[in-house]
Design a protein around this ligand. Structure first.
Ligand SMILES: [Zn+2]
Ligand SMILES: [Zn+2]
Length: 274
């Protein structure tokens, strides 16, 4: 079965370690068949209402694209030529119209294979950091996050994947950080039905705790959702590292394969039959 990672960061992201060329070599040596490089494009911070406790490095798109082309050329000329290296971006959602407009311009300007739609900011705060949670109950903090994810589905620019639903849990200060379907069945149903109706793909993200939680994946399947992707979300070259965990999680639910994207068209990869 083809092992394909649809969510990978390079050193073009503020928190990535390796160049795209180095990642391509690493991926080949890890037995990965392909990956899409998806560095952070945080126009939500630049043009939206979002504030972060940390100053992120801005993605220099022309450098990023050139590095991708150079790595792609090396892949095609060298011994790791069978690797399928694709070009994408992770777009941090903002409700603000001017941020959406900028995303639209950028996405139309480059030949992206995949655009990841991510909710990192909620009501103007980056939800990765402690200050988002100040004076909020878990119910309020998580409920507002899910409302923001639902709004992100209406992003007026082309995107393929809805990423890491459950991102909020990572920085949460609560003893039990989990976010399960039963906590907010109505909000989850609205999001999952939206993803299905819009024909988008639900990412299963392995950066921290698996997101979304298994109970959410089960409900998605029950509602008729079949489009999923493996998002390793690696920042230090761990491309495809938890792919086997991904298969072990989703296959018993009933999923028969997963997607990656070429010029925004989903490519379905079936799982091996038992
Ligand atoms: Zn993200
Ligand atoms: Zn990411």
């Amino acid at each position: 079965m083809q092992k394909f990672d649809t969510h990978v960061h390079s050193n073009h992201s503020h928190d990535g370690k390796f160049g795209i060329d180095e990642l391509a070599r690493l991926a080949s040596s890890h037995g990965v068949d392909g990956f899409c490089i998806t560095d952070h494009l945080d126009l939500d911070l630049e043009w939206g209402e979002c504030k972060s406790a940390f100053v992120w490095k801005k993605l220099r798109l022309e450098d990023y694209y050139q590095s991708y082309l150079n790595a792609k050329e090396e892949v095609e000329q060298c011994k790791n030529g069978s690797l399928n290296l694709l070009f994408g971006v992770e777009a941090g959602f903002s409700e603000k119209g001017c941020a959406s407009e900028k995303y639209g311009e950028v996405i139309a300007s480059y030949p992206f294979d995949e655009v990841i739609n991510s909710t990192h900011c909620v009501l103007g705060r980056e939800a990765y950091f402690a200050d988002y949670f100040y004076f909020k109950s878990k119910r309020k903090a998580y409920g507002d996050y899910l409302d923001a994810v639902l709004k992100s589905l209406d992003a007026p620019y082309p995107y393929d994947v809805v990423a890491h639903i459950g991102y909020i849990t990572h920085g949460a200060p609560y003893k039990d950080k989990s976010l399960v379907y039963e906590d907010f069945p109505d909000k989850f149903d609205a999001i999952l039905k939206g993803i299905i109706e819009l024909g988008k793909t639900l990412e299963v993200n392995f950066h921290h705790a698996v997101a979304p939680h298994k109970s959410v994946l089960e409900r998605y399947f029950e509602l008729g959702g079949r489009a999923i992707s493996y998002g390793g979300d690696s920042h230090r070259g761990e491309i495809g590292e938890r792919f086997d965990d991904f298969v072990a999680l989703v296959k018993p639910i009933g999923f028969e394969g997963y997607n990656y994207f070429v010029r925004h068209a989903p490519v379905f990869v079936p799982f091996d039959k038992d």
